[in-house]
Design a protein around this ligand. Structure first.
Ligand code: C5P
Length: 236
């Protein structure tokens, strides 16, 4: 499908987390990868897309790294105030998108700041598959390994059927108004939401799973960054 046939969309990158599992001297989205920061790579796939309407990055108030990046001066990118939890950072970003002209029924794609290897084919498939969907959905990858449920003693209680199990990736694509209401209601109710889809599920809707590439991984631990560096070196 040509890009002009895909729906217009807005992008929101929550980038206000510290990523303590990386044990680095700065938040993981600011670690170096192939001459840029991880965050700049995570933005790149969207900035090249002709259907992008606007992009917001939610940042911690005391973030000293963002202003040093070349993309901080990009007129297509706006800042929003991050919050205590990821859901707070997303809500702040959605408010900023509304100020920029995004409307209730517009599509918003939320993408992790530390997911630098999103392929354009995956982005276009997500947009094409969900363009007419009443709910929206997310890129996801079917579980590949055999899964075990552990007991408190660290021993296997049982083997879990992996057939219906998927790993939730990003981007996650929902309509602005629906996502805003689902997230704020979930927060008021004290429900833990670790991604946008969980808020939509909590609101009683069923997001669609769109199978994506497993190498669209989120950099969480030091070995993930080593893996992306090696993967890119092989591609060049
Ligand atoms: O820590 P984790 O990898 O699960 O974070 C996922 C995404 O949510 C990251 O892009 C992180 O910067 C963002 N986040 C945020 N505000 C928070 C916590 C996490 O924007 N308070």
């Amino acid at each position: 499908m040509s890009a002009a046939m895909l729906p217009p969309f807005w992008v929101l990158i929550p980038a206000a987390g510290v990523g303590s599992r990386m044990r680095a001297d700065r938040p993981k989205q600011y670690l170096e990868l192939a001459g840029k920061t991880i965050l700049e790579h995570s933005l790149a796939c969207f900035l090249e897309h002709p259907q992008l309407r606007g992009l917001v990055v939610s940042l911690a108030g005391d973030d000293p790294y963002w202003p040093t990046l070349a993309c901080a001066g990009d007129p297509r990118i706006e800042r929003a105030a991050g919050g205590r939890e990821r859901a707070d950072s997303v809500l702040g970003g959605l408010q900023r998108l509304t100020e920029l002209g995004a409307e209730e029924r517009d599509w918003v794609l939320v993408h992790d700041a530390a997911r630098p290897n999103l392929a354009r084919d995956d982005l276009d498939r997500l947009l094409a598959e969900l363009a007419g969907d009443p709910v929206g959905g997310l890129l996801a990858v079917p579980a590949r390994d055999t899964l075990k449920r552990a007991g408190a003693d660290g021993r296997v209680r049982e083997t879990v059927d992996r057939a219906p199990i998927w790993q939730a990736y990003t981007p996650q694509m929902f309509r602005l108004g629906q996502l805003y209401r689902a997230l704020s209601d979930a927060l008021v109710a004290g429900v833990a939401v670790t991604d946008e889809a969980s808020a939509i599920e909590w609101a009683g809707l069923a997001p669609r799973l769109i199978e994506g590439r497993a190498d669209n991984l989120k950099v969480t631990r030091p070995e993930d960054l080593d893996w992306v560096r090696r993967h890119w070196a092989r591609k060049d």
